[in-house]
Design a protein around this ligand. Structure first.
Ligand code: FES
Length: 123
């Protein structure tokens, strides 16, 4: 039914906007994957809290209403480039009805911590 549908807008790095119809309970990563949004390199670890490529920047109002952040998410978020005061990891934020009309921004820089570790190993 349309009752559990929530509209979410994504602003990609280049300013391109995507509008997705999400379902309550989906994570923002699932929204990107399920709707095939063309956000390069997003969600590299498939939501296992091992990358930070799903870093999204929220509007202040929405950010304050999100569920509390876990230590695991906080640790991974710390490694994200371009961290802001309203940053979260998209794989850890689930859609709620109250988020209808939400806009999230994809940060310009993405860091995949796993890639950094690979580079570290080689040098
Ligand atoms: Fe890797 Fe969210 S998808 S931490």
């Amino acid at each position: 039914s349309s009752a559990d549908q929530v509209t979410v807008h994504f602003v990609n790095r280049d300013g391109e906007r995507f509008t997705a119809i999400a379902k309550e309970g989906e994570s923002l990563l699932e929204v990107v994957v399920n709707q095939n949004l063309a956000i390069d390199g997003f969600g590299a670890c498939e939501g296992t809290l091992a990358c930070s490529t799903c870093h999204l920047i929220f509007e202040k109002d929405t950010f304050q209403k999100l569920d509390a952040i876990s230590d695991e998410e906080l640790d991974m978020l710390d490694l994200a480039y371009g961290l802001t005061e309203t940053s979260r990891l998209g794989c850890q934020v689930c859609i709620k009805k109250s988020m209808d009309g939400l806009t999230v921004r994809v940060p310009v820089d993405v860091s995949d911590i796993r890639r950094q570790m690979e580079v570290g190993k080689q040098s």
